[in-house]
Design a binder for this molecule. Structure first.
Ligand SMILES: Nc1nc2c(ncn2[C@@H]2O[C@H](COP(=O)(O)OP(=O)(O)OP(=O)(O)O)[C@@H](O)[C@H]2O)c(=O)[nH]1
Ligand SMILES: [Mg+2]
Length: 233
């Protein structure tokens, strides 16, 4: 079984420098970094990483297109039996990737990390962020119905997917709501999902690009599209 990692990056020169010593711990045969039109030192930082680790491939967007578009490009470039999406800022422990990969057993298609529930946690995460995540759980479960029963998170992008499932997914959102849209579309298509507890901490390098209000508005559009898909297709 081969594993591909996808790591979207936008203005992440500091986070990538901090990721450097951890590269050998990435449990993958292929690591696809997507430089999403960064204008800081991200390209140089990625070139340094690639010179040290021949598993690394770099895909570049000419202009910034958003994390949803970066995941689309990155996943499309993978070849692994399993695809893991991971944030460049390492706000979830890298060690938990192996647990996600191992959770893809039997008929499970997607294993998603969750900070909610037993064994998970949020460390110093801004209140607006956790509120948005919890509100999103309520809304996505309402829209997706019984098939989403029991899920505690939709907005967390840190997941392991069966490779064919990831590469077969289509989603419209180019921004932050993409993580929830991907899960929602997969569930509507019959994918089986499991959750793995993990601890989300506040980022320590670089700046967050996440803006709660635009993300919340984006989720409303995504929820509408998923509701439409559930009802009419
Ligand atoms: N925000 C943002 N992130 C992008 C974009 N393209 C790629 N990314 C990457 O997507 C991942 C998630 O972005 P973050 O800014 O960490 O968003 P977050 O994890 O929700 O919030 P913080 O951890 O608080 O910063 C990071 O690896 C980013 O570098 C983009 O256009 N905007
Ligand atoms: Mg982050």
């Amino acid at each position: 079984m081969t594993v591909s990692f996808v790591i979207p990056c936008f203005q992440e020169e500091d986070a990538l420098a901090a990721l450097r010593p951890h590269l050998p711990q990435i449990p993958a045969a292929e690591i696809v970094f997507v430089d999403d039109g960064s204008t800081d030192g991200t390209a140089t930082a990625l070139a340094v990483l690639a010179s040290e680790d021949d598993r690394i491939r770099i895909v570049t967007h000419e202009r910034n297109r958003g994390v949803g578009a970066a995941m689309r490009t990155g996943i499309g470039a993978t070849t692994g039996d399993v695809v893991v999406v991971y944030d460049a800022d390492r706000t979830y422990p890298l060690e938990d990737a192996q647990t996600l990969i191992e959770a893809l057993q039997g008929d499970i298609d997607i294993a998603t990390a969750t900070p909610f529930g037993e064994g998970g946690g949020l460390e110093d995460v801004p209140a607006g962020r956790s509120f948005l995540s919890k509100a999103a759980v309520f809304a996505y479960r309402l829209v997706l119905g019984r098939r989403a029963r029991g899920l505690s998170v939709f907005t967390c992008a840190f997941r392991a997917y069966a490779g064919d499932v990831a590469r077969g997914l289509t989603w419209r959102s180019d921004g932050f709501p993409a993580a929830a849209e991907m899960l929602g579309r997969a569930i509507l298509a019959g994918a089986r999902v499991t959750e793995v507890p993990s601890r989300l901490r506040r980022r320590t390098e670089g700046a967050s690009k996440m803006r709660v209000l635009p993300a919340a508005l984006g989720h409303l559009g995504t929820l509408g599209r998923l509701f439409w898909a559930r009802m009419f297709s």
